[in-house]
Design a protein around this ligand. Structure first.
Ligand code: SF4
Length: 354
């Protein structure tokens, strides 16, 4: 299949159907500043455009340049990132911003971009193509799917990954490299979708082997996934005089550097940080990480005297502003919800009257 043939059809389609996203420039116009491209690409790793949009808006309003972000306070950035997940990204974001600010601006080659913290092969290629117009092979899950279908690649993922990259490289043009990359992304996100590709709206039907074979959703072929293991743990809600104890998680590891409730290590160590008459909430919080599912029980203690424990005390009434990641925000919701239900139960009312 000639490169120009596919890319020309794709970019012509993109000129009309490009998604309008806050971090993008319209097709065929000057590229957006590298800061916006880089920030959006980091946020979009494992995250949908709908989830990213409000975070992106808040970040660029608060830190409009990479120099401003580089000078930001770590805790402030982690707090703004709270809820977006995959928190190693926020730590790498700060490290990369400081590297870029120290060298006076973003590098413009794929290799130098790849050397920045948190910038993998895909992200480096995307920034090089979109912000700097360089020919770069930009392959994410969406692009893999489109290419697997165009060529009806029968080898299952992940074994097919290198071959799909080479096929994508064969389709990548020298001209309008950024628009080609974004056109591929848009086609994969909106037309060549995982379960029900909308081939009637696709500019590449005449060139698509899977469409010709009559079963495009069969591609990319995947090996069945093993079941996700379940891990269990306990979060400890210690409340005194309207405040709850929060801790800062270790910098490395899951939810590293984020604020949270005290917990064990989620592998069986559930020793409470304090002896007392702990009340277990009836339902645990379920949270799915990439490699396992966590069922986090929530234990509540309201000691009469404020205990001397490491961490900071945060007003329960203002818990939404604590910058808790989703897992702990859900645990907090559960505690507050249980308390509200208790307040309306006859048992609670009776105890209060006594
Ligand atoms: Fe995907 Fe259908 Fe287009 Fe082929 S024709 S690339 S399967 S949307």
């Amino acid at each position: 299949m000639p490169v120009d043939d596919v890319s020309t059809a794709l970019v012509a389609w993109y000129d009309v159907h490009a998604r309008r996203l806050p971090w993008r420039s319209p097709p065929g116009t000057a590229p957006p500043p590298p800061y916006r491209v880089w920030l959006s690409e980091i946020m979009l790793q494992q995250t949908t455009t709908a989830a990213v949009a409000p975070y992106f808006a808040r970040f660029v309003a608060r830190w409009p340049t990479v120099a401003a972000l580089a000078a930001a306070d770590d805790d402030e950035v982690m707090r703004e990132w709270a809820g977006l997940g995959y928190y190693a990204r926020a730590r790498n974001l700060l490290a990369a911003a400081r590297t870029v600010a120290a060298r006076g601006g973003f590098p413009d080659t794929e290799a130098e971009l790849h050397a920045l913290p948190g910038v993998g092969r895909y992200t480096a290629a995307a920034i090089a193509a979109i912000a700097f117009g360089r020919r770069a092979v930009v392959v994410d899950g969406n692009v893999e799917r489109v290419v697997a279908r165009l060529f009806a690649v029968a080898t299952p993922l992940p074994a097919a990954r290198a071959a799909l990259y080479d096929l994508a490289a064969g389709l990548t043009p020298d001209r309008r490299a950024g628009d080609h990359a974004q056109a591929m992304m848009d086609l994969g996100a909106g037309v060549c979708t995982p379960r029900a590709p909308d081939c009637g709206r696709c500019p590449l039907t005449a060139r698509c082997a899977a469409f010709a074979a009559g079963d495009p959703a069969r591609y990319p072929v995947k090996r069945p996934k093993p079941a996700r293991p379940v891990r269990r743990g306990t979060a400890f809600w210690i409340e005194h005089d309207g405040d709850v104890l929060l801790v800062r998680r270790p910098a490395s590891g899951l939810l590293g550097g984020m604020a949270g409730l005290p917990t064990g290590d989620w592998s069986g160590d559930d020793t409470p940080p304090l002896a007392g008459d702990w009340q277990m909430l009836a339902v645990p919080v379920r949270h799915v990480f990439t490699h396992f599912e966590l069922r986090l029980a929530v234990a509540v203690l309201r000691p009469a005297v404020r205990p001397d424990l490491p961490g900071t005390w945060h007003a329960v009434a203002d818990i939404a502003a604590a910058g808790l990641p989703t897992l702990f925000a859900r645990a907090a919701d559960l505690v507050l919800q249980t308390r509200a239900e208790d307040a309306h139960s006859p048992r609670f009312a009776l105890e209060n009257v006594r």
